[in-house]
Design a protein around this ligand. Sequence first.
Ligand code: HEC
Ligand code: HEC
Length: 299
Amino acid sequence: MNDFVNQFWNWYVILLVLLSIIACGVMLWSQSTPPPAKVDTTGHVWDETLEEYNNPLPKWWMWLFYLTVIFSLVYCALYPTLGSYQGMLGWSSSGQLAKEVAKADEQTKPLYDKYMKMDLQALAGDKEGNETGKRLYLTYCMQCHGADARGSKGFPNLADNDWQWGGEPAAIVETITNGRMGVMPPHAQLGAETVKDLANYVRSLSGLPADSVRVAKGQEAFNTAGCSGCHGQDGKGMHAVGAPNLTDKIWLYGSSEATIIETITKGRTNQMPAWKEFLGEAKVHVLAAYVLSLSAGSK
Ligand code: HEC
Ligand code: HEC
């Protein structure tokens, strides 16, 4: 409500709330007349003698209603109920959340302090540490990398030993801490034929069936078109720019000729979010160890 350019909605809400409460009070008061000497019936009669009388509500009942009116007014004074008024207690939902988070952090701090003292490799071999890492993984990383960390199209497999950005402990920590942005530029300007040659060459690198004439032309284009600048002369990739190894059987987007042509023509841009601010150093440390443990068992 503080975001509005003027105070209109602020006062609109305040007046609406207060007027409604006052209206309830006035209505109660108008009904609190002393019982008349003779009470009329409403005119409804059942079973010959059963009549409905028009008695006012009993006093104790009315007082219950008055109490609710008083309660609302006290509540409005204490809590942020009226427009942008903050309330006398200074309570806010975000403040309460911050308090709860701080309390939880305090409880888990000794555990994370212990993990922070451990070397990443040692932590990767620690059963309890990996259980904590797994829980964190399932909360923050699973949506993109999958519950088994095997990834999917565009989201790399973290459980293998193939790395876009490097699998050394420091590289993994850097990836999770500051995020990564993989950019494969579009190469439509090379023309459809050259792109197809390149796609065949790329397929041949990992032993997939390819047209040998196109492979020869593609190999040349791979150097002249600048592919080797990022993927390396031998196509084995480059961690510094996140360019994947094109000679293995692991594909981020797919190995069919059509998919590779799409990758080369349109390019690919892919982002791994940064977690420094949100998770903090200690949780990143535990997650990096967990990722390391996942790939440790695979070739
Ligand atoms: C919003 C989706 C998303 C979430 C959530 C996410 N990632 Fe990623 N992650 C990606 C993408 C996309 C890439 C590939 C980036 C690229 O292609 O350059 C990636 C790359 C990585 C890599 C580098 C892999 C390599 O081969 O070098 C690691 C390690 C990683 N993520 C770990 C994590 C961890 C740990 C978490 C949880 C804290 C996480 N990711 C959460 C999308 C995500
Ligand atoms: C500026 C560096 C750069 C250049 C130049 C470049 N690439 Fe890439 N390439 C990348 C990056 C980074 C990725 C991964 C994109 C991502 O993270 O999603 C990639 C991905 C790919 C993929 C997808 C691999 C997979 O596993 O699905 C193919 C195929 C590919 N490049 C082929 C080429 C070819 C052929 C050329 C030359 C026409 C080329 N690249 C030029 C950086 C580059």
